[in-house]
Design a protein around this ligand. Structure first.
Ligand code: NAD
Length: 298
């Protein structure tokens, strides 16, 4: 595995940073993304350019991917110009958040050809991708996980979640539901405090020393909301996709998600008001508009 040529498909916010770390660690890397501006910086750092996902799979042993939606993962994995039509790669490792169903479908198609597909969704955002401190949740054959572990360690901390395809995806959806719920409910709480005349930084400081602390009050408010930079690095579209996938998957399993459905609606409103490409911390602006106050700033 150490001498394997690696491929990387999908060089966006996350993929570009993960691929850069692999190059810095000395791995031979073949890359593809339809957006030229995403490819050029990695080629300048020594990666080899491919013209399609299939060509990446022709030129590498293991293809890694970080893609936006389940539909794109299905196309990149199984489509006409996809990884499965490449001749050389034996292994497909998907870091995207896509839900368990597409992971199961892709794994079954790879297995039918005597190859392996592993779902390995990540958490930790662009900072984690840059610093190599992502939590990497992996499901698939354990011996494949063990072979892959040194490569994964370049990008973060791998956790083996189970042999069944899609198990890591379920865990990732649970995590992102919690992160979005914390952001939505903290937005309601902090906006209420600001309308009552409280300082939002003081509110976060007190909450973070109290029982209400969470990833929004500890990180998103101080870093991207109170300074009004709204640059946490995760789009409303992606968060909405994750929560939608989570609620739909739970429903299919016979688990109604009442709170999860409300969080999904808050993300839909944020997307309609500020656009799908807005940073998902924009969720606070929805509550601000209703309340007629603004959190933080000068
Ligand atoms: P992004 O939109 O920045 O990147 C996606 C990349 O995929 C883009 O460069 C795009 O050009 C490329 N792409 C689209 N269609 C393609 C195709 N057919 N073939 C090849 N490449 C294609 O998204 P991102 O923020 O990097 O997120 C990627 C995945 O990681 C998503 O599933 C997301 O949910 C997950 N994720 C993101 C974060 C985050 O903080 N941004 C954190 C954890 C997980």
């Amino acid at each position: 595995m150490a001498d394997d040529v690696l491929g990387f498909v999908g060089l966006g916010q996350m993929g570009s940073r993960m691929a850069a770390r692999l190059l810095d660690a000395g791995h031979a890397l073949v890359v593809f993304d339809p957006v030229e501006a995403a490819v050029a910086p990695l080629v300048a750092r020594g990666a080899r350019r491919a013209a399609s996902a299939a060509e990446v799979a022709d030129l590498s042993d293991t293809v890694l991917a970080s893609l936006p939606t389940p539909e794109v993962v299905r196309m990149v994995g199984l489509g006409p110009d996809g990884v499965l039509s490449g001749q050389r790669a034996r292994r497909f490792v998907d870091f995207s958040t896509t839900g368990p169903r597409v992971a199961q479908q892709v794994a079954a198609a790879f297995l039918a050809q005597g190859r392996t597909s592993i779902d390995a969704p990540v958490s930790g955002g662009i900072t984690g991708a840059e610093k190599g401190s992502l939590a990497i949740m992996v499901s698939g054959p354990r011996e494949e996980f063990e072979r892959l572990e040194p490569v994964l360690r370049v990008m973060g901390k791998p956790f083996f979640c189970g042999e069944k395809p899609g198990q890591a995806q379920v865990l990732k959806l649970c995590n992102n539901l919690l992160a979005a719920a914390a952001l939505a409910i903290s937005s309601e709480a902090i906006v209420m405090g600001v309308k009552a005349g409280l300082d939002p930084s003081l509110m976060c400081e007190v909450i973070n020393s109290s029982s209400g602390r969470n990833s929004a009050t500890q990180d998103k408010f101080p870093r991207a909301i109170i300074p009004r930079s709204f640059d946490f690095g995760f789009t409303t579209a992606l968060s909405h996709k994750d929560v939608r996938l989570c609620v739909e998957e739970a429903e299919a399993m016979g688990i109604p998600m009442v709170v999860g459905s409300a969080v999904r609606q808050m993300l839909a409103v944020t997307s309609a008001s500020f656009g799908p490409e807005s940073d998902f911390t924009s969720i606070v602006k929805v509550v601000e508009q209703w309340a007629g106050v603004e959190v933080g700033g000068a």
